[in-house]
Design a protein around this ligand. Structure first.
Ligand SMILES: NC(=O)c1ccc[n+]([C@@H]2O[C@H](COP(=O)([O-])OP(=O)(O)OC[C@H]3O[C@@H](n4cnc5c(N)ncnc54)[C@H](OP(=O)(O)O)[C@@H]3O)[C@@H](O)[C@H]2O)c1
Length: 322
């Protein structure tokens, strides 16, 4: 089978197309024929060596496909089932293994591309809005990178709850997308001081919660956007990791809370995984959640897909189609 591989950490050039044997499913695993791969920012951290992995490695954890073979001990699934997962072992490939405990069946009204597009970013938006800070109608949220993959979904979900969303983006074209997703105000954070803007937009009060996936370039000012006892959910580092931080600032800025959540801890039980995946897939099927899937690349162009994400050229979801 064809699969992308990297033998050392580095720039996008370390990603190479390789011929590898089709893997055999072990105990509790299934083999899927991959039909759509979800590309996520985390794969850039792994490729660069910011997050560690054993080498050589095939990147990717999100894919939708068809079950080809069941490993020993797998029940509840059959060959030919259309499935999706965020726990694929190397999804940038034509075939991949997945622990059956992490598989979700795709509803008939949802395509492979839609399933691969919504699982990881959709469940992330879901846990941020329903569990990390259970948003209520009338509350206000600042969503950074509001036209990105998670950003567009989180904005839609928060707006549907009835919260006021203030989004940040880098270009006017992205601002339009964030508005269409339900943001009532959009700030071009590459041009304006977003903390000053948030204070102005909230009459000096600040927002209840900041969802910050950008990290290094936004972190300090994100804290300045919060009302007393508000929460900063720092869930990514697209601009780089946040430097060491003196906790006393939380006190002086208003008895603030900070969390650094990761999806894995919010889908750790089968019940929680089924709840989040079921809701986001059903919202896609019903049209309540709109997916932007304008960036689709052949498997062999995975490096270009990652370059475009890093260079902020993409909006919504990025897919590879083997
Ligand atoms: N913790 C979790 O559970 C979890 C789960 C999923 C994703 N994440 C994180 O959430 C973030 C968003 O993921 P995503 O896949 O949806 O990506 P994305 O938002 O589609 O892409 C990243 C966006 O970040 C913004 N950005 C700001 N400064 C940047 C910089 N210096 N370099 C590159 N981008 C920059 C860009 O939007 P503008 O051009 O508008 O600034 C860019 O489009 C990533 O950091 C990812 O690791 C975390």
């Amino acid at each position: 089978m064809k699969a992308m591989q990297f033998h050392s950490s580095g720039g996008p050039e370390v990603l190479q197309l390789a011929d590898l044997p089709i893997p055999e499913p072990g105990q509790g695993q299934v083999l899927i024929r991959v039909e759509a791969v979800g590309v996520n920012f985390i794969e850039i951290y792994f490729r660069k060596g910011i997050y560690k992995t054993s080498l050589p490695a095939t990147p990717g954890s999100e894919a939708a496909g068809t079950i080809e073979e069941l490993g020993p001990g797998v029940t509840g699934f059959a060959v030919g089932d259309a499935v999706v997962s965020t726990s694929v072992i190397g999804s940038y490939a034509e075939y991949a293994l997945v622990p059956a405990a992490q598989l979700i069946r795709i509803p008939p009204a949802v395509t492979m591309e839609q399933a691969a597009a919504v699982m990881l970013q959709g469940m992330t938006a879901h846990y941020l809005a329903f569990s990390t800070w259970p948003l209520k109608a009338g509350e206000s949220a600042l969503v950074h990178a509001g036209a990105g993959g998670v950003g567009l979904l989180l904005t839609q979900i928060a707006a549907r709850i009835g919260a006021r969303v203030i989004a940040t983006v880098s270009t006017p074209a992205k601002a339009e997308l964030a508005r269409q997703a339900g943001a009532s105000d959009v700030i071009l954070y590459t041009e304006k001081d977003f903390a000053e803007e948030v204070r102005r937009l909230t009459g000096g009060k600040g927002v209840d919660v900041v969802y910050d996936s950008v990290g290094k370039t936004t972190f300090d000012k994100s804290l300045s956007c919060l009302r007393p006892r508000g929460l900063l959910a720092l869930f990514g580092a697209s601009s780089g990791p946040v430097p060491l931080f003196d906790l006393i600032q939380l006190s002086s800025k208003g008895s603030l809370f900070i969390t650094r959540p990761t999806l894995w801890h919010y889908i750790a039980s089968r019940a929680e995984l089924e709840w989040r995946a079921g809701q986001v897939l059903n919202w896609v099927a019903s049209g309540e959640l709109h997916l932007r899937m304008e960036h689709s690349y052949p498997l062999a162009e995975a490096a270009q897909a990652q370059i475009d994400i890093e260079e902020r050229k993409t909006t919504g979801k990025v897919l590879l189609v083997p």
